[in-house]
Design a protein around this ligand. Structure first.
Ligand SMILES: Nc1nc2c(ncn2[C@@H]2O[C@H](COP(=O)(O)OP(=O)(O)OP(=O)(O)O)[C@@H](O)[C@H]2O)c(=O)[nH]1
Length: 391
């Protein structure tokens, strides 16, 4: 294909992808990495325009813009990938030094020792390394819940490797008609590869954004926004599953219902914000007492529930007592002062064949019994439901 046509095609594609990414970013500013990726594509788009303008602009200016944009495209791709994975950006000083080396060598190989091949090689090597670093970040990254990071990682890696080896392709100096033709074919392949890498990376970025939005929506639907534990609906779904599993494995399943004592008084005395802090404080303490397999949820207001799969009644009682003691011993730090807090806990063991809601109900009854018996205590539910007396 005609080289300028290829370049025009690349410019148009780059422009479209840049516009799409900036459009997505406008409505999703909290997606990590998206800002850097959008700017990376913008730099790629400007790079294409600069290449198109090469015959009509002063050489040094064109070369400087070119090398800077090549560096920025790759560096911002790396920065976006690191941010998305949750890593801090690379030290600015290091990035600044790398950029200076690229620009200084561009000036040197334009004014002092004119050598387009050397400029091309340095630009390719630096951006190749940056793309490989981005690939490593994405593939190794800790965010296992985003499968698309492998796609973007592999795409970045393949492009990075190609950037490293492509200067060697141009080492085939044209000495005759055949070599000149080969050289043209290689240049066209370089542009085609860049287009392919750009389109694939854009797919990868958009797939990652999609996965991020789906996970965020799922989280919103499943979690309590204040304490980040499961909401009532999700807790009941998980309890249902745990009941089936424990019945299959003949394992015990204690359910705890926990209520913060005199919570209204905390709100009335220290303010609603302090009440919110007390809720988060309790969840933090509870999380420290639980195993990975234990599940905590907020049933509503100041009432929480926990189930402990495979735990015997005595051990569940120990966990509940430990939590009760911990909450009693640690005041809630709020802007208005140190707030004392206690909890009342009810424990019910799931009975074979019993509906999960009924187990939860018996634990709730036991919790109310704890309230009636003076609060700041743990009660175990009988195996049958008693009528609730007023607290
Ligand atoms: N700050 C805050 N308060 C809440 C939230 N949800 C419910 N509440 C308040 O929690 C209080 C619960 O009060 P009550 O049901 O009377 O219970 P209590 O004061 O804890 O009394 P006992 O349970 O009998 O110890 C109410 O004042 C609710 O407005 C919340 O998300 N944040």
């Amino acid at each position: 294909m005609h080289s300028p046509t290829l370049l025009i095609m690349a410019t148009m594609l780059m422009g479209i992808v840049t516009a799409v990414l900036f459009g997505v970013r406008r409505y999703n500013r909290n997606i990590p990495g998206l800002t850097s990726w959008s700017w990376s594509y913008l730099c790629g788009f400007l790079l294409c325009i600069n290449l198109l303008a090469r015959p009509h602009s002063p050489e040094l200016l064109n070369v400087l813009i070119n090398q800077t944009l090549i560096f920025l495209t790759a560096y911002l791709h790396l920065a976006g990938s690191r941010t998305f994975i949750g890593k801090p950006p690379h030290p600015r000083l290091l990035a600044g030094i790398a950029a200076l080396v690229v620009i200084a060598t561009a000036i040197y190989f334009t004014l002092a020792v004119p050598h387009p091949g050397a400029r091309f090689t340095i630009g390719s090597l630096v951006s190749g390394i940056l793309f490989l670093l981005a690939a490593r970040t994405l593939v190794r990254g800790g965010a296992n819940r985003y499968p698309a990071r492998y796609f973007l990682g592999i795409t970045s890696g393949v492009h990075g490797v190609f950037l490293l080896i492509r200067p060697a392709l141009f080492g085939l100096e044209p000495t005759g008609v055949f070599d000149a033709g080969l050289r043209l074919a290689i240049s066209q392949f370089v542009v085609l590869e860049a287009i392919m890498a750009m389109v694939m990376s854009a797919f990868g970025v958009l797939m990652l954004i999609n996965e991020h939005i789906i996970i965020a929506l799922k989280r919103l639907a499943e979690r309590d926004p204040l304490t980040n534990v499961f909401n009532r609906r999700s807790f009941l779904v998980l309890l249902d599953k745990a009941v089936s599993q424990c019945q299959r494995n003949h394992a015990s399943l204690p359910v705890l219902v926990i209520d913060l004592d005199h919570f209204k008084r905390i709100n009335d005395t220290w303010g609603h914000r302090s009440g919110d802090s007390a809720l988060s404080h309790f969840v933090e303490l509870a999380a420290g007492c639980l195993r990975n397999s234990d599940v905590i949820g907020r049933l509503g207001g100041e009432e929480f529930a926990i189930f402990l799969p495979g735990t015997a009644l005595n051990d569940a009682l120990n966990v509940a007592e430990r939590l009760r003691g911990l909450v009693e011993s640690r005041t809630v730090s709020s802007g208005s002062g140190e707030i004392p807090l206690t909890i009342s806990v009810g424990i019910a063991m799931h009975l074979r064949g019993e509906a999960p809601e009924l187990t939860l109900h018996r634990a709730d009854e036991a919790m109310y019994q704890a309230k009636r018996n003076g609060r700041n205590r743990v009660e175990i539910a009988p195996e049958t439901i008693t009528d609730r007396a007023t607290s």
